[in-house]
Write a protein that binds this ligand. Sequence first.
Ligand code: 3PG
Ligand code: CO
Length: 555
Amino acid sequence: NFSWKLADHPKLPKGKTVAVVVLDGWGEANPDEYNCIHTAKTPTMDSLKTGAPEKWRLVRAHGTAVGLPTEDDMGNSEVGHNALGAGRIFAQGAKLVDLALASGKIYEGEGFQYIKESFDKGTLHLIGLLSDGGVHSRLDQLQLLLKGATEHGAKRIRVHFLTDGRDVLDGSSVGFVETLENDLANLREKGIDAQIASGGGRMYVTMDRYENDWDVVKRGWYAQVLGEAPHKFQNAVEAVKELRKEPKANDQYLPPFVIVDESGEAVGPIVDGDAVVTFNFRADRMVMPAKALEYENFDKFDRIRFPKIRYAGMLQYDGELKLPSHYLVSPPEIDRTSGQYLVKNGIRTFACSETVKFGHVTFFWNGNRSGYFDSTMEEYVEIPSDVGITFNVQPKMKALEIAEKARDAILSGKFDQVRVNIPNGDMVGHTGDIEATTVACEAADVAVKMIIDAIEQVGGIYVVTADHGNAEDMVKRNKSGKPLLDKEGKIQVLTSHTLQPVPIAIGGPGLSPGARFRSDVPSGGLANVAATVMNFHGFEAPGDYETTLIEVVDN
Ligand code: 3PG
Ligand code: CO
């Protein structure tokens, strides 16, 4: 006899306004010149850290603490916000795909059976991020899928890859393409007609998110489906090497290209009767391309041609839209999230970020579901992100605007929970621009101050934390922590996330005097935050949630 009703917290009152601030890409690391959080002036975050020791601590944000396969897996926003919102640790896409491939179950599932129907006459197209970053996809999974698909009847295969440089070092794409070429050559020796058909950089081709810029998806559509791109090559390794020399090009922003045969014909457009798999497991940047591939009615750009294909995602990317309708591996069933519980227990909720992170505090927070649980109780506000720039050019991003919206929501008295994501540390950190990332961290700090000040005014409570590390370490290091130098003696800039823990701070005039972090959850992680926040709303968390980080002692 399940019930949505949450038990009252024995000591903490209801009715306090609670601000939940997630600093994206804000980890804790040793102070040095490559730690932009350290080099930045961050008086607000500093004061939280050096204030009462029982109101600031670190939590784990990577590896098994957020449902990733191993402790070598850095954290990311999908798994981080899933854990923050759901209050439990779910085996995530990366892990679920590993298991399905290892057991062979992936080939028995509905999704594979569905695409397999096309193998006799059609081509199997594989579209996705070529990387071992483990955030959106993994090269070893693609390799296993290539092998398995041919063992299960695929005779003609075309790979459309996206180069990374964001979850892995810039320039690493060349090696990944060489590995892929080698694998495809081995398949050709076995009589499989397998080739690379197109490519492009992930931030410029296909992998947009939250409808920030449909042109990104359109470029991918042209290259992958129509076989049209501004650049044509006969060899993919050469393509990547050459295009990296273009002005402003790097792995993230490589222009799109198609592979052509001797007569100049594209070798792998997607046509009627083909099968398509998008092999990324992570959801946010696959929802838009999945819509283009699946929806009969579609008006985001002119597709020119809409081939009749059998399409499956590696996972289902959106649980509410049931998109795509066919998938190779079932996604984690992230049910009964804290957002849903709180709304059902009368908590009026406001959530806000700018476009590039908007879905993080809504879609990911709510277990990869788009939309409201109850539109009469919730308001989600999206501030449009700047489009067509890299964020080192605008490192302040929309931090101030997000904070202003949060402040207004707090002061309005209309909401019990005000939740934001401040993107700067992460989005600018991913550019690898160390100076700009420092400015980014300063802007994020100002935003935190504005929100905390509003909480002071209404007698509320704040929870300030982060989803994973990024800005606190901008250099690739050796095992002993020394920066790694390349052949020319230059440092290797780290554009990716890190394995670092993240801070969590609590406070505000509404915090009961005896409330403080307990000392008996030393290995606490992001999944422990949901129960903590529920406590601040005056409730006990459900029994199967990861335990709260706080206790209330009598003064
Ligand atoms: C991205 O998609 O931008 C990166 O791969 C991961 O960044 P995020 O996990 O912070 O969104
Ligand atoms: Co990031």
